[in-house]
Write a protein that binds this ligand. Structure first.
Ligand SMILES: O=C(CO)COP(=O)(O)O
Length: 131
C-alpha cells in the first residue's frame, strides 16, 4: 500500500513516536511524506521514505497530486488544531481530495492507530481493486 505521512510542526514529535511504534508495519509499505516530516521520521527510524518538498514550499501540492490521482491508499495527517497555517488552502485541498477518492485519512493519533492496524489486518486491501 502507498501510505502518506504529514505532520504539522507541533505534531512532528508525535509522528516520530508513531512511526517508531509502528515501524514494523510501516516498513512493509511504500511511504510518502512532505519534506520535513519525512526527514524527521527517517532520523529516528530506518524507514525508507519518498520525500517531497517541504509542505509550505510545494510539498503539500506534490503529495496532493498523488492523492488526486488516487495513488495514496491511506493518509496519516497529524494536524495542529490550534493554529491556522499560511498554506491553509493546500491543507484543505489534501483533505478534500481524500474525500473525493474515498481514501482513509487520520488527522489524530487515535484514528492513525485504527488505520495502521486495519492496514496490517488487510482491512484496506479493497483499495488495490479501486485504485
Ligand atoms: O506543511 C505541512 C503540513 O501542512 C507539513 O510539511 P513539512 O512536513 O515539510 O513540515
Amino acid at each position: 500500500m502507498n501510505i502518506g505521512l504529514i505532520a504539522h510542526d507541533s505534531k512532528k514529535t508525535l509522528m516520530q513516536n508513531f512511526c517508531i511504534a509502528y515501524r514494523g508495519i510501516l516498513s512493509k509499505h511504500n511511504l510518502f511524506a512532505t519534506g520535513t516530516t519525512g526527514r524527521l521520521i527517517e532520523e529516528v527510524t530506518n524507514l525508507n521514505i519518498h520525500k517531497y518538498l517541504a509542505g509550505p514550499l510545494g510539498g503539500m501540492q506534490q503529495l496532493g497530486a498523488q492523492i488526486g490521482q488516487n495513488d495514496i491508499d491511506a493518509l496519516i495527517f497529524l494536524r495542529d488544531p490550534l493554529s491556522a497555517k499560511p498554506h491553509e488552502p493546500n491543507v484543505n485541498d489534501v483533505v478534500r481530495l481524500c474525500d473525493m477518492h474515498n481514501i482513509p485519512m487520520a488527522t489524530n493519533l487515535a484514528t492513525a492507530e485504527v488505520i495502521i492496524l486495519a492496514i496490517d489486518r488487510g482491512d484496506l486491501d479493497w483499495r488495490e481493486m479501486y485504485r
